[in-house]
Design a binder for this molecule. Structure first.
Ligand code: CS2
Length: 478
């Protein structure tokens, strides 16, 4: 039996029908959970992102792991075994083999906002071909043979390029169409993925790109389940309930949601049995999630860290930040359909989810990659407001707090410099400009149109000091 055949023959494991890229905690708490609860025997082969470590660890325990669900009322544990294989993301051989099997019907992805390398203008996305990691992948694909079968393990940097290699093998094998489901917090994530994959495939030749256009269905999806990084205390809590230690334990909240829009030409699990929703028009759902949940998360992260908080539960319990959050939600609501989304219920549920102190969701974790996240979470509504000539403080506040937080970490001789963002060097340069030029340069990295809006930049620059001054001198743990 080859390693790709999965579990020992003595025990039944589901056959691989899904290939996943991004073997992180969120994948294990979300898509793997839905696939298991669909109950129709679909197995997942999961590939890591940058390092092979998670795959090695999970493989040593047959890819089974404990999911610890922490509600305000208490903990629940269950064993998830829908992931049946775990691989190093650099292992293109395994990827080719699995993607080129006709039985593989779906590819899912959790590669983070930073993994797509696209910029957006209206409904059009284009690949950031100048980014060094993308440019290097384009070069590799250009130089390879038509099937991309000579691209060696470990040479590709980006997930979309790895997908292109997998799809080239599927085409060569005549294995037919499949669906690709993006599970990252980007608006129109399926389209973003399509743009990145097609542009990279073009480098290998027009035939491959044309085949992908005809055979790959790029599904848009809005995904939701708060999944903080697991800490030792979570592993201990899980071990007390299960009676055995599991280093691969994942901790999550009781709430979960998955809304999808698109075709599955080779079939899919009955995810709706586990609560997934299939809709024609995803936009209202994805805007509700990105603007209300993720927008508030970013607000709480930057303003909360400035005010000395460490977790979402601490930040939302701070009356100043609760008021800012409610004001943000009021402003968001003006741009969401009044019918069909149960916005009052959604907001009430968010407060409950954020207040769940059993989930230790670190603000530092959310604060990462702000230059990418804010563009999806607050820029679209703010652009609409600017088109009407308004300067809504409620929507400007998360941006002001972000810039104030960046300036605290990146400027001055004592600056700690601990900012996690792919645009870190450009942010550092931006924040060191004089006066409002610094605000303009930082804002341009989030959204070029907003960054060129002089009136907004002036107002935001003044407001940024106010955001900083809301920080009390001593930590305000509540
Ligand atoms: C968070 C999200 O880290 C972040 O930026 O806002 O990961 C959030 O927890 C999830 O989208 C919840 O579904």
């Amino acid at each position: 039996m080859s390693a790709l055949d999965g579990a020992p023959a003595s025990e039944h494991r589901s056959p691989v029908r899904i290939v996943h890229l991004g073997l992180g905690s969120f994948h294990r708490a979300h898509q793997a959970w839905y696939t298991q609860h669909a109950g129709d025997g679909w197995g997942i082969a999961s590939f890591t992102g940058r390092s092979p470590e998670a795959a090695t660890r999970l493989s040593t325990q047959d890819c089974r792991y404990t999911l610890l669900t922490r509600g305000a009322q208490g903990d629940r544990v269950e064993t998830i075994d829908s992931i049946v294989q775990a691989h190093d993301g650099a292992d293109l051989g395994a990827l080719r083999t699995l993607v080129s099997r006709p039985s593989t019907a779906v590819m899912t992805l959790t590669i983070t906002e930073a993994g797509y390398f696209v910029s957006r203008s209206g409904d059009d996305f284009s690949l950031k071909a100048q980014e060094p990691s993308v440019a290097a992948d384009l070069e590799v694909l250009r130089a390879a043979n038509a099937q991309l079968s000579d691209v060696a393990d470990g040479v590709l940097n980006t997930a979309p390029a790895r997908i292109v290699v997998g799809l080239a093998a599927r085409r060569a094998a005549g294995a037919g169409p499949l669906a690709l489901v993006s599970c990252d917090n980007l608006p129109r994530n399926g389209r973003a993925l399509r743009a990145a994959v097609l542009a990279l495939a073009e480098a290998s030749g027009p035939e491959l790109a044309a085949w992908i256009q005809r055979n790959a269905s790029f599904v848009d999806a809005s995904i939701d389940r708060i999944t903080p990084r697991t800490v030792e205390a979570d592993r201990e809590a899980a071990a007390l309930l299960t009676g055995h230690a599991d280093p691969c334990t994942v901790v999550t909240e009781p709430f979960s949601s998955w809304v999808l829009s698109g075709d599955f030409p080779a079939g899919r699990p009955a995810w709706e049995r586990a609560g997934a929703l299939f809709v024609e028009d995803l936009e209202p759902f994805e805007n509700r999630k990105l603007w209300l949940l993720n927008g508030a998360h970013s607000l709480l992260a930057y303003a909360g860290l400035l005010r000395g908080h460490e977790t979402v539960a601490q930040a939302i319990a701070d009356p100043v930040l609760r008021e800012r959050t409610e004001a943000l939600w009021d402003a968001d609501e003006a741009h969401l359909p009044a019918e069909g989304l149960d916005l009052p219920g959604y907001r009430a549920a968010l407060v409950e989810r954020f207040t769940n102190a059993c989930i230790e969701h670190r603000l530092e974790q959310i604060a990462a990659d702000g230059s990418l996240k804010l563009g999806a979470r607050v820029a679209p509504q703010l652009r609409r407001e600017r088109a009407e000539g308004r300067l809504p403080e409620a929507l400007m506040f998360p941006l002001a707090a972000w810039i104030a937080w960046l300036s605290e970490r990146l400027t001055g001789p004592e600056a700690p410099g601990d900012v996690n963002d792919p645009a870190l060097e450009r942010l550092r340069e931006a924040l060191n400009f004089e006066g409002s030029a610094s605000t303009a340069a930082a804002l341009r990295l989030v959204d070029p149109v907003l960054g060129a809006d002089q009136e907004l930049v002036r107002a935001l620059h003044l407001f940024r000091d106010e955001a900083r001054n809301t920080a009390p001198s001593a930590p305000a743990h509540v």
